[in-house]
Write a protein that binds this ligand. Structure first.
Ligand SMILES: [Zn+2]
Ligand SMILES: [Zn+2]
Length: 264
């Protein structure tokens, strides 16, 4: 093979690999991962999850606000709603619980510890390089949250040298397994690259999983003439169905109580 034809073959192979990645990227990750379900009621947690659920250091399971309210009403105070471990009253004991799981290679615990270092919380001094190191380890063990955070670090150059292809790679890995935030972020990247059709395709997937920002982005792209009316309508209906599915009487009651607190 001449140098020229070898170069041509390499270009074709790279092109094929890119097309295959694109197909896998768009064909997979349309369902949220099992980790997005509350371990008590088994329903998917509403988005953004941090607003509608809580994680305790004992088991690191994300319990929805509805189940937290139900547990409180049953008189379960001061203990984890899921595993019933008493909740420690000091940062040192909380950290020790997490460290114990970290030493066993628990991806959720490693991600959680990374978060504490990143924000300088839980009695730890802020240490971003350590946070990134932990998130990389958690991502290798399958943590989608870790993939998503590393993507943010590299795409935005937060406390690390900007490396967009590397960041995008992490978002792609998580999006293909149903991580909603990563999917939306890929849509945003494509939008700023001027690839509007791809941006709509990504945001359509995350909007249909109940992600409000994705729906709003499609609405915006529709107004700008980058998305068809039918695409916006499809996203809207899919979003509504997903949101409806995540509702429960308990969860609605929490929202009513929170609204009352804000008013009073
Ligand atoms: Zn629940
Ligand atoms: Zn627990």
């Amino acid at each position: 093979m001449s140098n020229e034809s070898a170069a041509q073959a390499a270009v074709e192979a790279a092109d094929l690999a890119a097309r295959s990645l694109h197909q896998r990227l768009m064909a997979s990750g349309h369902e949220r991962p099992e980790g997005d379900r509350c371990p008590i009621c088994f329903d998917l947690i509403e988005l953004p999850m941090y607003q509608h659920s809580k994680i305790n250091a004992c088991c690191l399971k994300r319990v929805c606000n509805g189940c937290i309210l139900a547990a409180k009403r049953r008189g379960m105070n001061g203990m984890c709603e899921f595993c019933r471990t008493p909740i420690p009253d000091n940062k040192g004991s909380t950290l020790a619980m997490v460290q114990k799981r970290v030493s066993k290679g628990d991806a959720r615990a490693i991600f959680f510890l990374g978060e504490k270092y990143f924000h300088g919380e839980g009695g730890l001094a802020k240490n971003v390089p350590r946070a990134i190191e932990l998130w990389k380890e958690a991502a290798e063990l399958g943590s989608l949250d870790a993939h998503c955070q590393i993507g943010l670090i590299y795409c935005n150059g937060i406390d690390a040298e900007e490396d967009k292809p590397r960041g995008i790679h992490h978002w792609q890995q998580a999006a293909m397994k149903g991580d909603v935030e990563s999917r939306h972020n890929l849509g945003v990247i494509e939008y700023y690259n001027g690839n509007y059709e791809l941006a709509v395709q990504h945001c359509m997937i995350s909007a249909k999983m109940g992600h409000e920002k994705s729906l709003n982005d499609i609405k915006e792209m529709f107004k700008q003439g980058h998305a068809a009316k039918a695409q916006y309508a499809e996203a809207l209906l899919g979003y509504r169905d997903a949101v409806e599915e995540m509702k429960s009487p308990q969860r609605e009651e929490v929202k009513r109580l929170l609204a009352l607190n804000q008013i009073l």
